[in-house]
Design a protein around this ligand. Structure first.
Ligand code: SAH
Ligand code: F3S
Length: 439
């Protein structure tokens, strides 16, 4: 038996890819997963390159693993994910002790690649883009908890000027609708209650059906809602660009779809949105939100923001702040713009000082925190449906679960409730969690 240690950075797509790697390797019956790098025969790093900091971490980590390899030269080190796809052979140049470089679309080839390295003791690289091949090796995933993520499409065609994703994940490809229904049904049969549909741009999903038709995202949502056992549906990430009325209509018709939507806006200034090549205006974004509220009055919206994009003036930043107030965003993610090699924005003149960027991020995050807290406070006394995930870390007489709007609620209950949706009355609101009582 060989021991595999895998470290994953980045988005939920990378988490999904890593569970695919584990499943594919375990199928070979000669690999077992270990939680300690020191015990491993094969060390796998699944990397992220969305911002510079994430990328820098890779070589620091590899430096630590080099020490393990110095002690035991039989250890195999494999680097995959977005940095691997982007850097390719450069990885070997900077870290010559790496044995395998695999891409976001070639992870299913890892078992053969490991065999090859064992036989020939030569490094191997495959960062090609064989569309959707990896999914063929992953048809019946094992349930890990009552909630599961399923990747519905890969890649992105939007080429926002700051973003590396289209280069590291390739152009959009959608998995077939039947394959997805099969995968989700099999998870539901094992007791999964909540499905999180993943993709870089889920609303441009275009999956083939068995009769050669194309199924769009809103149709897919309706089909998933039909699956017995699936009681809650989430998705991430959608784009304001193609957030069409048929998707909004699903909020009206399908209660299983959560009243919470992560819809990244990035900036509240039309000038910056245009430089970012986001292809929508703040007015169009606002219209989507208005329609959503009409379809689902209690919907909560979260977002991603980038501050300090090249050309962002004080006025542009103020527009973002005004927009945050206007939409009343819930908990959101915000980042300082990071120059990514090869992207169109990397050629723009970056005229915002580091100090200014940090200050803007601080102001923005403070505002978002206030809004998040006020959304939480509104929940006091309300009845919430919670998917019970497990026993609380702090008190073993308590369980914890998650509301539709991603709040953790702790409450007194019995372990057989784990994995079920239950109704709670919220009676305490804390900064990072809520407390509730079963009703
Ligand atoms: N598909 C998603 C985004 C994926 S990346 C979408 O359509 O929005 C996740 C988030 O990282 C983005 O929303 C953006 O806010 C941030 N991000 C991406 N590239 C970045 C960069 N170069 N610098 C700073 N933040 C970035
Ligand atoms: Fe990136 Fe824009 Fe696509 S942020 S993932 S290029 S929608």
């Amino acid at each position: 038996m060989k021991y595999i240690y895998i470290k994953t950075w980045g988005c939920q797509m990378n988490e999904y890819d890593s569970s695919m790697i584990i499943t594919i390797l375990q199928k070979k019956n000669k690999y077992s997963i270990t939680q300690s790098a020191e015990n491993a025969d094969v060390l796998i790093l699944n990397t992220c390159s969305i911002r510079e900091k994430a990328q820098e971490k890779v070589f620091h980590q590899l430096g630590r693993w080099k020490k393990l390899k110095n002690k035991n030269t039989n250890i195999i080190i494999a680097v995959g994910g977005c940095v691997a796809t982007q850097e390719g052979k450069e990885i070997f140049k900077r870290a010559h002790y790496v044995d395998i470089v695999f891409g976001t679309q070639t992870l299913h080839k890892l078992p053969e690649m490991i065999n090859e390295v064992e036989k020939r003791k030569q490094f191997i690289i495959d960062i090609s883009f064989p569309k959707l091949d990896k999914f063929k090796h992953y048809l019946k995933p094992k349930k890990k908890s009552c909630t599961a993520s399923v990747s519905i499409m890969e890649g992105c065609n939007n080429y926002c000027s700051f973003c590396v994703v289209p280069y590291t994940r390739g152009n959009e490809v959608s998995r077939s609708c039947d394959e997805l229904i099969f995968e989700i049904s099999s998870l539901a049969d094992q007791g999964v209650r909540e499905i999180n549909l993943l993709g870089q741009n889920v609303n441009s999903y275009q999956g083939l059906t068995f009769d050669g038709q194309i199924c769009c995202f809103s149709e897919l949502l309706r089909l998933v809602a039909e699956i017995d056992g699936i009681d809650r549906i989430r998705f991430i990430t959608s784009n304001p660009l193609e957030f069409t009325d048929d998707i909004i209509q699903v909020y009206k018709d399908v209660p299983k779809l959560v009243s919470f939507l992560h819809l990244p806006v990035q900036s509240g200034s039309n000038k910056i949105l245009q430089l970012m090549k986001r292809s929508y205006t703040v007015e169009q974004y606002e219209l989507i939100i208005k329609k959503l509220i009409k379809a689902r009055s209690n919907i909560q919206i979260s977002s991603d923001f980038i501050v300090g994009f090249p050309g962002e003036s004080d006025q542009d930043f103020q527009k973002t702040m005004d927009f945050i107030n206007k939409i009343n965003f819930d908990m959101s993610f915000s980042f300082i713009y990071s120059k990514r090699p090869g992207t169109p924005a990397s050629k723009m003149t970056d005229n915002v000082s580091e100090k200014e960027k940090k200050q803007r991020l601080y102001i923005l995050q403070k505002r978002i925190n206030i809004q998040t807290m006020s959304w939480s406070r509104r929940m006091l006394g309300s009845i919430q449906t919670v998917l019970v995930e497990g026993i609380s870390n702090k008190k073993n007489t308590e369980l914890y679960g998650r509301t539709e709007n991603n709040r953790i609620v702790n409450f007194k209950g019995s372990p057989e409730m784990i994995g079920n949706l239950i109704k709670l009355k919220i009676d305490q609101v804390h900064t990072h969690s809520l407390k509730g009582k079963i009703i």
